[in-house]
Design a protein around this ligand. Structure first.
Ligand SMILES: [Zn+2]
Length: 136
């Protein structure tokens, strides 16, 4: 284990390298891992006890079938003092057809707002330390 991603491509069966050889995690190079607890309606997988179904799809298969994909912006990264990595603001945007263009919108806050109660905002666990590092 470690040299190859733990799973081949679900679509074509291609074996992918692991991005970092030696990792004991499924991290396919030129591929993406997908995870789900399943869905109501599935007769194949719909778990309520914390077990995920996992599959890898290689990048060529995603590109080849891009018309079958959708994308959905789920949160805005929070930018402060020119940096990101402070947390996320959850948004409720619709799923749209895959365009290949990422929505780069962000939430902007001032240093004094870091760690404060803002609707829909989830701060990183060390936000107090991060705020202190910025001198506030
Ligand atoms: Zn493939």
């Amino acid at each position: 284990m470690g040299e190859q991603a733990m799973l081949p491509c679900f679509k074509c069966g291609r074996v992918m390298r692991n991005v970092c050889p030696g990792w004991d995690e499924n991290q396919p190079d030129e591929g993406t891992e997908f995870r789900t607890y399943g869905h109501y309606g599935s007769t194949f997988w719909d778990d309520f006890n914390g077990e995920e179904l996992v599959l890898n799809v290689c990048d060529p298969c995603l590109r080849e079938h891009a018309a079958r994909l959708a994308q959905q912006k789920r949160f805005l990264p929070i930018r402060c003092a020119g940096m990101v990595g402070f947390g996320r603001q959850w948004v409720d945007r619709p799923m749209v057809s895959y365009s290949g263009h990422l929505d780069r919108s962000e939430a902007q806050v001032e240093v004094e707002e870091l760690g404060t109660e803002i609707p829909g905002v989830e701060w990183v666990s060390d936000i107090g330390e991060r705020k202190a590092d910025l001198g506030s």
